[in-house]
Design a protein around this ligand. Structure first.
Ligand code: SF4
Length: 103
């Protein structure tokens, strides 16, 4: 058994915030508008690069091919439980709807 338990969203777009698990996040850069909302809300998890697009990061590691790392669905960043609310808010506010949170 895995060490986490994530409930389905129950048919709505809402995310179960009460669950604490080791979650990961990635961005589909093809859909990113570059507005920077995610970086404003969760600067420890998201960053904008010179190309005007947002990328996920894990500590000092930025998941972008320009930084020598996989990006998009292949560039999954772990983030601390303490960041969960900010990451979920970023995903909800993201105008490109391109922030994806996975267990
Ligand atoms: S909020 Fe979404 S669209 Fe805006 S910069 Fe972040 S990932 Fe891109």
């Amino acid at each position: 058994m895995e060490g986490y338990d994530v409930e389905p969203a129950g048919g709505s777009a809402s995310f179960t915030r009460s669950k604490r698990a080791n979650m990961k996040v990635w961005i589909d850069q093809d859909l990113c508008t570059g507005d920077g909302l995610c970086e404003e809300i969760a600067p420890d998890v998201f960053t904008l690069l010179d190309d005007g697009l947002a990328y996920v990061k894990e500590g000092g590691k930025i998941f972008a091919t320009a930084k020598g790392n996989p990006q998009g669905a292949d560039g999954l960043a772990n983030f601390a439980d303490s960041q969960l609310d900010a990451v979920v808010e970023s995903a909800e506010e993201c105008p490109g709807e391109c922030i994806f949170i996975e267990p």
